[in-house]
Design a protein around this ligand. Structure first.
Ligand SMILES: *Cc1c(COP(=O)(O)O)cnc(C)c1O
Length: 394
């Protein structure tokens, strides 16, 4: 009988089946290999493994069976040839940049990025002679205009945080390729359960697995995903420099992937109900959620994603004082800037995640003083609505 063709399976199936390699015990679940190194049977075998002439495990900074199971499963779900796992989302972004860029290169990046990503580009890549120009995720002309002869990398996050701008991956990939650059997409908000950027023309996907892939607030992790040719240099950087994923965290993330599809569906359903309720609320000025008809990129999100995810933002009427009062009065939601958890979180971007920007930069980014971001969890939506009612009460 021919082997089952995994490339034909749905990501939900791959999430529970891909990457599993049983030991001689025949364990049904994935084993966890907490070992830093591996022994060989002979001097010759050691030589063959070290030179890469035969595959096999040597040392867990290079790779480890539990880590490689996670890498295989994630790559399968993204429809990619290969993934390498990293210690965190930020180490995925750092490894991608240090493996693929050199002094004198130029990045075109979305102007709405995770704060640490922007700090990494501005404070560290700049120090090593790599320049960055920012372009609006929803204005293709800005991406065209930002291109320089030395542009090597386009970097994009979609949907964006906290305003849920949806960027057109295919259109931006075409602009990147026209300039001889590659496009990397941070797929943290949707996860592979809702969006597979490689299928829309992106070359590389980066993940913070800390968010939805774990989804239960337990571990940090990340990954860089793409073709063998683009991932091999990232792997060589990681095995040399060392920001690799621990086998324990890889095991937790393997379990996370198994429920990712149903969790993302449930997050999206709860978020849609909450967004609809908020949009009708007299104390709310505006709701940002791509599932709503009122969202400017609703149609694009419907095409590009198979769900709208769990993050909803909204402006309250009355600015910061009202926003802070809502946040202080909720009793169920967690007051924390983290996102992608089974527990709902609530935050005030202007004074937390985006507090270091100047008022002017925040205004330009559309992050007002009345903006509240909610990462909608898996509690019953009726209880979440009642919690916000408490927040809004006079
Ligand atoms: C959290 C986050 C990161 C960084 O991930 P860590 O695992 O915290 O290092 C990168 N991108 C986005 C969009 C994130 O939300």
């Amino acid at each position: 009988m021919a082997d089952l063709d995994y490339s034909k399976l749905h990501p939900d199936t791959l999430a529970v089946r891909a990457g599993t390699e049983r030991t001689h015990f025949g364990e049904h679940s994935d084993a966890m290999f907490l070992t830093s190194s591996f022994v060989v049977g002979s001097a010759e075998e050691a030589m063959l493994k070290f030179t890469g002439q035969v595959p096999g495990f040597i040392y867990s900074r290079f790779t480890n069976p539990t880590v490689s199971a996670f890498e295989e499963r994630l790559a399968a779900m993204e429809g990619a040839e290969r993934a390498v796992a990293t210690a965190s989302g930020m180490s995925a972004i750092m490894s991608l940049c240090l493996a693929h860029l050199r002094a004198g290169d130029h990045i075109v990046a979305s102007s709405v990025l995770f704060g640490s990503t922007m700090q990494f580009f501005n404070n560290y890549m700049a120090k090593f002679g790599v320049e960055v120009t920012y372009a609006s995720p929803v204005d293709l002309a800005e991406w065209h205009a930002a291109i320089k002869p030395n542009t090597k990398l386009f970097f994009l996050e979609t949907p964006s945080n906290p305003l849920i701008d949806v960027a057109d991956i295919r259109a931006i990939a075409d602009i990147a390729h026209g300039a001889g650059a590659i496009l990397a997409v941070d797929n943290c908000f949707c996860s592979p359960a809702l969006q597979q950027p490689l299928k829309h023309g992106a070359d590389i996907v980066v993940h913070s697995a800390t968010k939805y892939i774990d989804g239960q607030g337990r571990v940090l992790g990340g990954a860089v995903v793409g073709s063998n040719a683009l991932i091999e240099p990232v792997y060589l950087f990681l095995r040399t420099a060392g920001p690799t994923l621990s086998p324990f965290n890889a095991w937790v993330l393997l379990k996370g992937l198994e429920t990712l599809g149903i969790r993302m569906k449930a997050h999206s359903e709860n978020a849609m109900q909450l967004a609809t309720w908020l949009e009708a609320h007299p104390k709310v000025a505006k709701v940002y959620y791509s599932g709503l008809q009122s969202h400017p990129q609703h149609a694009l999100a419907e095409r590009q994603q198979s769900g709208h995810g769990g993050v909803v933002s909204f402006d309250v009427k009355g600015g910061k004082d009202v926003a802070w009062r809502v946040i202080d009065r909720v009793q169920l939601m967690s007051r924390t800037a983290n996102l992608g958890d089974v527990r709902t979180t609530i935050s005030h971007p202007a004074t937390t995640s985006h507090g270091r920007l100047t008022q002017e930069a925040r205004n330009r980014a559309g992050i007002g003083d009345g903006l509240i971001r909610i990462s909608v969890g898996l509690e019953h939506v009726g209880d979440l609505i009642a919690d916000l009612e408490r927040g809004f009460a006079d």
